[in-house]
Design a binder for this molecule. Structure first.
Ligand SMILES: [Zn+2]
Ligand SMILES: [Zn+2]
Length: 364
Protein backbone atom coordinates (compact mmCIF):
# COMPACT_ATOMS: atom_id res chain seq x y z
CA UNK A 1 0.00 0.00 0.00
CA UNK A 2 0.98 3.64 -0.45
CA UNK A 3 1.90 5.68 2.62
CA UNK A 4 3.38 9.11 3.31
CA UNK A 5 6.55 8.22 5.19
CA UNK A 6 8.63 10.58 7.31
CA UNK A 7 12.17 9.26 6.94
CA UNK A 8 13.72 11.68 9.43
CA UNK A 9 12.90 14.79 11.45
CA UNK A 10 13.18 17.97 9.40
CA UNK A 11 12.49 16.27 6.05
CA UNK A 12 9.29 16.38 4.00
CA UNK A 13 7.07 13.31 3.62
CA UNK A 14 7.83 10.85 0.86
CA UNK A 15 5.19 8.69 -0.77
CA UNK A 16 6.46 5.14 -0.49
CA UNK A 17 5.26 1.59 -0.88
CA UNK A 18 4.81 0.09 2.62
CA UNK A 19 3.98 -3.50 3.59
CA UNK A 20 1.35 -4.39 6.18
CA UNK A 21 1.79 -7.48 8.36
CA UNK A 22 -1.15 -9.86 8.92
CA UNK A 23 -3.35 -8.86 11.87
CA UNK A 24 -2.66 -10.42 15.27
CA UNK A 25 -5.73 -11.73 17.20
CA UNK A 26 -6.75 -8.26 18.50
CA UNK A 27 -5.73 -6.26 15.44
CA UNK A 28 -7.75 -4.77 12.63
CA UNK A 29 -6.99 -3.63 9.08
CA UNK A 30 -8.83 -0.43 8.21
CA UNK A 31 -9.22 0.94 4.71
CA UNK A 32 -8.47 4.59 5.40
CA UNK A 33 -10.99 6.92 3.70
CA UNK A 34 -9.95 10.28 5.17
CA UNK A 35 -7.07 11.57 7.26
CA UNK A 36 -6.75 15.06 8.77
CA UNK A 37 -3.57 17.15 8.84
CA UNK A 38 -2.95 18.12 12.46
CA UNK A 39 -0.51 20.61 13.94
CA UNK A 40 1.12 18.00 16.16
CA UNK A 41 2.26 16.09 13.08
CA UNK A 42 3.94 19.31 12.02
CA UNK A 43 5.69 19.47 15.41
CA UNK A 44 6.76 15.85 14.98
CA UNK A 45 8.16 16.70 11.55
CA UNK A 46 10.08 19.74 12.77
CA UNK A 47 11.13 18.92 16.32
CA UNK A 48 12.87 15.82 17.58
CA UNK A 49 10.67 14.43 20.35
CA UNK A 50 12.59 11.18 20.29
CA UNK A 51 9.96 9.35 18.23
CA UNK A 52 11.29 6.42 16.24
CA UNK A 53 11.85 7.06 12.53
CA UNK A 54 11.03 6.28 9.77
CA UNK A 55 7.39 6.68 10.66
CA UNK A 56 3.90 6.94 9.23
CA UNK A 57 2.16 9.86 10.92
CA UNK A 58 -1.53 10.72 10.78
CA UNK A 59 -3.53 10.26 13.95
CA UNK A 60 -6.87 11.71 12.84
CA UNK A 61 -8.52 9.31 10.44
CA UNK A 62 -11.74 7.57 9.57
CA UNK A 63 -12.26 4.51 7.45
CA UNK A 64 -13.95 1.17 6.96
CA UNK A 65 -12.91 -2.08 8.61
CA UNK A 66 -11.47 -4.41 5.97
CA UNK A 67 -10.39 -7.43 8.02
CA UNK A 68 -10.10 -8.43 11.67
CA UNK A 69 -7.95 -10.71 13.82
CA UNK A 70 -9.34 -13.93 15.29
CA UNK A 71 -10.29 -12.44 18.71
CA UNK A 72 -11.55 -9.00 17.75
CA UNK A 73 -14.94 -8.11 19.30
CA UNK A 74 -14.98 -4.29 19.22
CA UNK A 75 -15.51 -3.98 15.45
CA UNK A 76 -16.63 -6.09 12.52
CA UNK A 77 -15.83 -6.03 8.82
CA UNK A 78 -17.63 -3.14 7.12
CA UNK A 79 -17.93 -0.98 10.26
CA UNK A 80 -17.23 2.72 9.87
CA UNK A 81 -14.58 3.67 12.38
CA UNK A 82 -12.62 6.64 13.69
CA UNK A 83 -9.03 6.20 14.86
CA UNK A 84 -8.58 6.58 18.61
CA UNK A 85 -5.09 7.80 19.41
CA UNK A 86 -5.54 7.39 23.16
CA UNK A 87 -3.86 4.02 23.52
CA UNK A 88 -5.13 2.52 26.75
CA UNK A 89 -5.00 -1.04 28.08
CA UNK A 90 -8.58 -1.05 29.41
CA UNK A 91 -7.46 -2.97 32.47
CA UNK A 92 -5.33 -0.78 34.77
CA UNK A 93 -6.95 1.14 37.69
CA UNK A 94 -7.03 4.39 35.67
CA UNK A 95 -8.63 2.75 32.63
CA UNK A 96 -11.20 1.03 34.83
CA UNK A 97 -11.78 4.34 36.61
CA UNK A 98 -12.69 6.06 33.35
CA UNK A 99 -9.39 7.91 32.87
CA UNK A 100 -7.85 6.29 29.80
CA UNK A 101 -5.61 9.31 29.12
CA UNK A 102 -3.81 8.30 32.34
CA UNK A 103 -3.41 4.63 31.38
CA UNK A 104 -0.26 3.23 32.99
CA UNK A 105 0.09 0.35 30.55
CA UNK A 106 -0.59 1.54 26.98
CA UNK A 107 2.08 -0.87 25.77
CA UNK A 108 -0.38 -3.70 26.42
CA UNK A 109 -2.11 -2.97 23.12
CA UNK A 110 1.06 -2.58 21.09
CA UNK A 111 2.93 -5.49 19.59
CA UNK A 112 5.27 -7.29 21.95
CA UNK A 113 8.97 -6.73 21.60
CA UNK A 114 10.38 -9.32 19.25
CA UNK A 115 7.15 -9.61 17.24
CA UNK A 116 7.26 -8.65 13.59
CA UNK A 117 6.55 -4.92 13.09
CA UNK A 118 3.09 -3.97 11.82
CA UNK A 119 4.58 -1.89 9.01
CA UNK A 120 7.73 -2.42 7.00
CA UNK A 121 9.40 -0.85 4.01
CA UNK A 122 11.82 -3.09 2.12
CA UNK A 123 12.19 -5.14 5.30
CA UNK A 124 12.83 -2.11 7.52
CA UNK A 125 10.45 -1.47 10.46
CA UNK A 126 8.25 1.63 10.18
CA UNK A 127 6.78 3.25 13.31
CA UNK A 128 3.13 4.30 13.57
CA UNK A 129 2.83 7.60 15.39
CA UNK A 130 -0.06 7.52 17.84
CA UNK A 131 -0.30 3.75 17.20
CA UNK A 132 -2.39 4.66 14.13
CA UNK A 133 -0.45 5.72 11.03
CA UNK A 134 -3.33 7.27 9.11
CA UNK A 135 -1.36 8.82 6.25
CA UNK A 136 -1.65 5.58 4.34
CA UNK A 137 -4.16 3.68 2.27
CA UNK A 138 -4.59 1.18 5.09
CA UNK A 139 -3.95 1.12 8.83
CA UNK A 140 -3.18 -1.96 10.91
CA UNK A 141 -4.15 -1.11 14.49
CA UNK A 142 -5.31 -2.64 17.78
CA UNK A 143 -9.09 -2.88 18.10
CA UNK A 144 -8.96 -0.56 21.14
CA UNK A 145 -7.52 2.16 18.87
CA UNK A 146 -10.82 2.34 16.96
CA UNK A 147 -14.29 3.68 17.73
CA UNK A 148 -17.30 2.63 15.67
CA UNK A 149 -19.54 5.41 14.37
CA UNK A 150 -22.84 5.35 12.50
CA UNK A 151 -22.62 4.88 8.73
CA UNK A 152 -24.46 8.12 7.92
CA UNK A 153 -21.62 10.42 9.06
CA UNK A 154 -19.41 11.45 6.11
CA UNK A 155 -15.97 9.99 6.73
CA UNK A 156 -14.06 13.12 5.66
CA UNK A 157 -15.89 14.89 8.50
CA UNK A 158 -15.74 12.01 10.96
CA UNK A 159 -11.93 11.92 10.71
CA UNK A 160 -11.78 15.22 12.60
CA UNK A 161 -13.49 13.66 15.59
CA UNK A 162 -10.29 11.67 16.17
CA UNK A 163 -8.11 14.59 17.25
CA UNK A 164 -9.24 18.18 16.64
CA UNK A 165 -12.69 17.71 18.15
CA UNK A 166 -11.87 15.47 21.11
CA UNK A 167 -8.88 17.65 22.02
CA UNK A 168 -10.69 20.98 21.77
CA UNK A 169 -14.26 20.25 22.78
CA UNK A 170 -13.01 17.65 25.27
CA UNK A 171 -10.99 20.29 27.12
CA UNK A 172 -14.15 22.31 27.74
CA UNK A 173 -16.32 19.30 28.57
CA UNK A 174 -14.04 16.97 30.52
CA UNK A 175 -11.24 19.18 31.88
CA UNK A 176 -12.67 22.67 32.47
CA UNK A 177 -16.27 21.46 32.77
CA UNK A 178 -17.47 24.80 31.39
CA UNK A 179 -20.90 25.66 32.82
CA UNK A 180 -23.87 27.60 31.49
CA UNK A 181 -23.02 31.28 32.00
CA UNK A 182 -19.24 30.92 32.34
CA UNK A 183 -16.85 33.16 30.47
CA UNK A 184 -14.15 31.72 28.22
CA UNK A 185 -11.16 32.95 26.22
CA UNK A 186 -9.45 30.85 23.55
CA UNK A 187 -5.96 31.75 22.36
CA UNK A 188 -5.31 30.25 18.94
CA UNK A 189 -8.11 29.37 16.54
CA UNK A 190 -6.76 26.53 14.43
CA UNK A 191 -8.51 23.18 14.15
CA UNK A 192 -8.30 22.48 17.89
CA UNK A 193 -8.95 26.05 19.05
CA UNK A 194 -12.14 26.27 16.98
CA UNK A 195 -13.33 23.17 18.80
CA UNK A 196 -12.61 24.76 22.16
CA UNK A 197 -14.73 27.67 20.95
CA UNK A 198 -17.62 25.44 19.92
CA UNK A 199 -17.32 23.24 23.01
CA UNK A 200 -17.69 26.33 25.20
CA UNK A 201 -20.58 27.61 23.08
CA UNK A 202 -22.39 24.25 23.28
CA UNK A 203 -21.90 24.25 27.07
CA UNK A 204 -23.70 27.59 27.23
CA UNK A 205 -20.84 29.95 28.02
CA UNK A 206 -22.02 33.54 28.27
CA UNK A 207 -19.00 34.92 26.45
CA UNK A 208 -16.59 33.02 24.25
CA UNK A 209 -13.73 35.30 23.27
CA UNK A 210 -11.52 34.10 20.42
CA UNK A 211 -7.98 35.43 20.02
CA UNK A 212 -5.77 34.95 16.98
CA UNK A 213 -3.43 36.86 14.69
CA UNK A 214 -5.27 35.92 11.48
CA UNK A 215 -8.47 37.82 10.64
CA UNK A 216 -9.73 34.85 8.59
CA UNK A 217 -9.49 32.55 11.61
CA UNK A 218 -11.32 35.06 13.79
CA UNK A 219 -14.12 35.19 11.23
CA UNK A 220 -14.23 31.40 11.31
CA UNK A 221 -14.31 31.45 15.12
CA UNK A 222 -17.56 33.41 14.96
CA UNK A 223 -19.07 30.58 12.91
CA UNK A 224 -18.12 28.20 15.72
CA UNK A 225 -19.82 30.29 18.39
CA UNK A 226 -17.33 32.98 19.43
CA UNK A 227 -19.28 35.94 20.81
CA UNK A 228 -16.27 38.25 20.60
CA UNK A 229 -13.00 38.21 18.69
CA UNK A 230 -9.69 39.96 19.32
CA UNK A 231 -6.86 40.24 16.84
CA UNK A 232 -3.98 39.96 19.30
CA UNK A 233 -1.57 41.33 16.73
CA UNK A 234 -3.50 44.59 16.44
CA UNK A 235 -5.00 45.02 19.91
CA UNK A 236 -2.45 46.81 22.13
CA UNK A 237 -4.12 45.90 25.42
CA UNK A 238 -5.53 42.40 25.10
CA UNK A 239 -6.06 41.93 28.84
CA UNK A 240 -7.87 45.27 29.11
CA UNK A 241 -10.08 44.44 26.14
CA UNK A 242 -11.06 41.05 27.64
CA UNK A 243 -11.87 42.70 30.98
CA UNK A 244 -14.02 45.23 29.16
CA UNK A 245 -15.94 42.45 27.36
CA UNK A 246 -16.66 40.36 30.46
CA UNK A 247 -17.07 43.32 32.82
CA UNK A 248 -14.74 41.92 35.46
CA UNK A 249 -11.09 41.05 35.99
CA UNK A 250 -10.98 38.32 33.43
CA UNK A 251 -12.58 35.11 32.26
CA UNK A 252 -13.40 31.97 34.22
CA UNK A 253 -11.46 29.76 31.79
CA UNK A 254 -8.65 30.69 29.41
CA UNK A 255 -7.44 28.04 26.94
CA UNK A 256 -4.02 28.19 25.30
CA UNK A 257 -4.02 26.28 22.02
CA UNK A 258 -0.67 27.30 20.54
CA UNK A 259 2.09 25.93 22.77
CA UNK A 260 4.24 28.98 23.50
CA UNK A 261 5.36 30.22 26.95
CA UNK A 262 4.21 33.78 26.15
CA UNK A 263 0.69 32.71 25.21
CA UNK A 264 0.45 30.50 28.30
CA UNK A 265 1.42 33.61 30.26
CA UNK A 266 -1.29 35.52 28.44
CA UNK A 267 -3.85 32.84 29.31
CA UNK A 268 -3.01 33.25 33.00
CA UNK A 269 -3.24 37.05 32.66
CA UNK A 270 -6.68 36.76 31.05
CA UNK A 271 -8.24 34.84 33.95
CA UNK A 272 -10.32 36.36 36.70
CA UNK A 273 -9.69 35.79 40.41
CA UNK A 274 -10.30 32.07 40.94
CA UNK A 275 -10.01 31.44 37.21
CA UNK A 276 -8.10 28.71 35.48
CA UNK A 277 -5.78 28.56 32.49
CA UNK A 278 -5.56 25.37 30.43
CA UNK A 279 -2.60 24.48 28.25
CA UNK A 280 -3.61 22.41 25.24
CA UNK A 281 -0.89 23.55 22.81
CA UNK A 282 2.13 21.31 22.51
CA UNK A 283 5.10 23.18 23.98
CA UNK A 284 8.74 22.52 23.11
CA UNK A 285 10.32 20.08 25.58
CA UNK A 286 11.86 21.95 28.51
CA UNK A 287 9.75 25.09 28.13
CA UNK A 288 6.93 26.04 30.49
CA UNK A 289 5.21 28.73 32.50
CA UNK A 290 4.61 29.40 36.14
CA UNK A 291 2.20 31.14 38.47
CA UNK A 292 3.44 33.83 40.86
CA UNK A 293 2.66 33.61 44.58
CA UNK A 294 0.26 36.52 44.18
CA UNK A 295 -1.64 34.74 41.44
CA UNK A 296 -1.80 31.54 43.47
CA UNK A 297 -2.90 33.04 46.77
CA UNK A 298 -4.90 36.23 46.37
CA UNK A 299 -5.52 35.44 42.74
CA UNK A 300 -6.60 31.86 43.50
CA UNK A 301 -5.63 30.98 39.96
CA UNK A 302 -4.72 27.58 38.65
CA UNK A 303 -2.90 26.24 35.63
CA UNK A 304 -3.83 22.90 34.07
CA UNK A 305 -2.32 20.79 31.39
CA UNK A 306 -4.93 19.01 29.29
CA UNK A 307 -3.99 15.91 27.36
CA UNK A 308 -6.30 14.85 24.54
CA UNK A 309 -9.24 16.62 26.14
CA UNK A 310 -9.26 14.01 28.95
CA UNK A 311 -11.31 12.07 26.44
CA UNK A 312 -12.98 8.70 26.83
CA UNK A 313 -13.07 7.96 23.12
CA UNK A 314 -15.81 5.32 23.21
CA UNK A 315 -18.11 7.78 24.98
CA UNK A 316 -17.13 11.10 23.47
CA UNK A 317 -16.64 10.30 19.77
CA UNK A 318 -20.19 8.91 19.30
CA UNK A 319 -21.51 11.90 21.27
CA UNK A 320 -19.80 14.40 18.97
CA UNK A 321 -20.94 12.43 15.91
CA UNK A 322 -24.52 12.73 17.15
CA UNK A 323 -24.17 16.48 17.78
CA UNK A 324 -22.81 16.86 14.25
CA UNK A 325 -25.76 14.95 12.83
CA UNK A 326 -28.11 17.29 14.69
CA UNK A 327 -26.33 20.35 13.29
CA UNK A 328 -25.11 21.41 16.73
CA UNK A 329 -21.42 20.62 16.24
CA UNK A 330 -19.78 22.16 13.22
CA UNK A 331 -17.41 19.92 11.30
CA UNK A 332 -18.13 21.20 7.79
CA UNK A 333 -16.40 24.55 8.30
CA UNK A 334 -13.37 22.85 9.84
CA UNK A 335 -12.52 21.24 6.53
CA UNK A 336 -10.89 23.97 4.49
CA UNK A 337 -10.03 21.61 1.66
CA UNK A 338 -9.70 17.96 0.77
CA UNK A 339 -6.45 16.87 -0.85
CA UNK A 340 -4.78 13.70 -2.12
CA UNK A 341 -2.06 11.82 -0.24
CA UNK A 342 0.45 13.15 -2.78
CA UNK A 343 -0.40 16.73 -1.78
CA UNK A 344 0.49 16.18 1.89
CA UNK A 345 3.59 18.40 1.90
CA UNK A 346 1.70 21.33 0.31
CA UNK A 347 -1.03 20.79 2.89
CA UNK A 348 1.45 21.11 5.74
CA UNK A 349 3.03 24.22 4.22
CA UNK A 350 -0.41 25.84 4.32
CA UNK A 351 -1.02 24.67 7.87
CA UNK A 352 2.33 26.09 8.94
CA UNK A 353 1.48 29.47 7.45
CA UNK A 354 -1.73 29.36 9.45
CA UNK A 355 -3.83 29.74 6.33
CA UNK A 356 -6.32 26.95 6.86
CA UNK A 357 -8.29 25.29 9.63
CA UNK A 358 -7.90 21.73 8.40
CA UNK A 359 -6.85 20.04 5.21
CA UNK A 360 -8.13 16.49 4.98
CA UNK A 361 -6.57 13.82 2.78
CA UNK A 362 -9.21 11.72 1.09
CA UNK A 363 -8.62 8.31 -0.47
CA UNK A 364 -10.70 6.73 -3.25
ZN1 LIG B 1 -3.75 15.95 16.42
ZN1 LIG C 1 -4.84 1.23 31.27
Amino acid sequence: MKAAVLLEVGKPFEIREVQLDTPQPHEVVVKVKASGLCHSDLHTMKTDFGWPMPAVLGHEFAGIVESIGSEVTAVKVGDHVVGNLISACGDCPDCRGGRPTKCTNPGAIRRAEGDAPRLTMDGQAIAQIGDLGGFAEKALVHERNLVVIDDDIALDRAALLGCAVITGAGATKNAAKVRFGDTVAVIGCGGVGLNVVQGAAIAGARRVIALDLQPAKLELARKFGATDVINSGEEKDVVGRVREIVGKNGVDHAFEVIGLPQTVRQAIDLTDVGGAAYVIGKMKPGTGAELTSDELLRGQKSLHGVFMGSTIADVDIPLYADLYRQGRLNLDDLVAETISLEQINEGYTKLEKGETARSVIVFD
